[in-house]
Design a binder for this molecule. Structure first.
Ligand SMILES: Cc1cc2nc3c(=O)[nH]c(=O)nc-3n(C[C@H](O)[C@H](O)[C@H](O)COP(=O)(O)O)c2cc1C
Length: 173
């Protein structure tokens, strides 16, 4: 099953709400995608799953990553880039098979006004190193607190139109 990665382990994150929104909209178009939230990573990942180590907690996560052929990364802006935990996750996954020649679509979000343009660019570099094919249409959700309704929907029509355009491209990708 293809995977939407919610790129933070922050509890009650907007990234997870956006991941759920993408999953819901993909479902409406007949596509069944899983969500991997980085809140589900092993709490001691730094000591249990880096540099050749593998914990039982990470095994189902690795299996889901290995199975997926396409990924949507939801990437919040933390200090002008993507979150460190997202890089830890990538570093913990088996290399190179986890992501090699697979496909990625990228979505940035922030409470500020740039929607993580820089962090999505940084993460594009990581994807390219991993030899992933990155969908050229990237989405940047700025001022995310103004975009999301209390029930997790996108309030602005212009924004949801862009997101739907990207989803159509992800399906065809
Ligand atoms: C550690 C940290 C650093 C952040 N740095 C920025 C930043 O550089 N620019 C910005 O616009 N928002 C920043 N934010 C706010 C996030 O963009 C905001 O929390 C947003 O909701 C997306 O992240 P979330 O998925 O954690 O909710 C930061 C948040 C955290 C927790």
């Amino acid at each position: 099953m293809n995977l939407i990665i919610s790129g933070t382990n922050r509890e009650r994150s907007n990234s997870l709400k956006i991941a759920q929104y993408y999953q819901q909209e993909l479902e409406r178009k007949g596509e069944s995608w899983g969500i991997l939230s980085l809140t589900d990573l092993p709490p001691e990942i730094n000591s249990t799953d880096l540099y050749g180590k593998r914990s039982q907690l990470f095994e189902p996560i690795q299996a889901a990553v290995s199975d997926a052929q396409k990924f949507i990364f939801i990437i919040p802006e933390y200090n002008g880039s993507f979150p460190g935990i997202l890089k830890v996750f990538i570093d913990a996954c088996a290399f190179p098979a986890s992501f090699h020649h697979k496909k990625a679509a990228l979505v940035g979000l922030s409470s500020g006004k740039y929607g993580n343009i820089r962090g999505v660019d940084h993460f594009t570099g990581v994807c390219n190193y991993l030899r992933m094919h990155v969908l050229p249409l990237k989405i940047h959700l700025a001022k995310i607190q103004d975009e999301l309704s209390t029930d997790g929907q996108l309030k602005e029509e212009l924004t949801s139109n862009f997101v739907h355009e990207q989803i159509e491209e992800i399906i065809r990708f």
